[in-house]
Ligand binder design. Sequence first.
Ligand code: KIV
Length: 287
Amino acid sequence: MKLQINPAHSAPPFTIPQCRGKKLRGEKIVCLTVYDHPSARLLDQAGVDIALVGDSLGMALGGYDSTLPVTLEEMILATRWVRRGLERALLVTDLPYGSYQLGWRQTVRSGLKLVRRGGAAAVKLEGGGRRVRLVEALVEAEIPVMGHLGLTPQALHRMGGYKVQALDAASAEALLADARALEAAGAFALVLEGVPRELAGAVTRALQIPTIGIGAGPDCDGQILVWHDVLGLSPGPAPRFVRAYADLKAVIAPALSAYAREVRAGTFPADAESYHRPPAQRLAAAH
Ligand code: KIV
């Protein structure tokens, strides 16, 4: 099958300063999570602007029920794999739980590892006002930072589950204040997850940096979804904010059943899928 190459693929690399430019021009920023090399190549060829190695990798690839067990080493490895598949997309990697909660020194150390060993161009961390010093320290170390507010999966236990956040006026005000604080600290973009559309729109209008929504409605400056959700590879029913653009489970399951059936029937491999000794050797072996 020939790959459908998007014209965006021949474009120059997408950079941090271009994020702000896109917002100013009212052009949407396209983001998607990705965790491995062949998928990164497909994402890049499709012209996605930002590839996020999200700690959702623990759930999407590892089958965990939260992102909490994911380690920095696992994020470095996935980042390295993805890096090798990208030519244009900007590579951002999540700081996983436990890699920044101890303070700015630990945060910068973790960020440096993601950049130097993984090849990330920027990192993302979850949380608002309490993270300001961490964001400043990363920016001082020349590590661009994407913030993440609203439903922050690493705060699963504090939130009491994966629930839509900032539903009342006071928590909406607090989120807006957090967003302003992250922007002032130097974040170059902000993920808004699981918040009412109206609030996401208000934050987007209040900030100069772009907002990237997931479950935050259409008024953000860009959108992000999880690779497995977009392609119909996730187990179980998808949340309301997900749109699956393919049903790969429905493609993969019959393909694997056919493979198993043909191996068992002895019809795979066929003679044409086998190697043969060259004729001269066969002759020599016969004497
Ligand atoms: O880990 C992740 O995939 C994320 C996105 C959903 C924003 O943080």
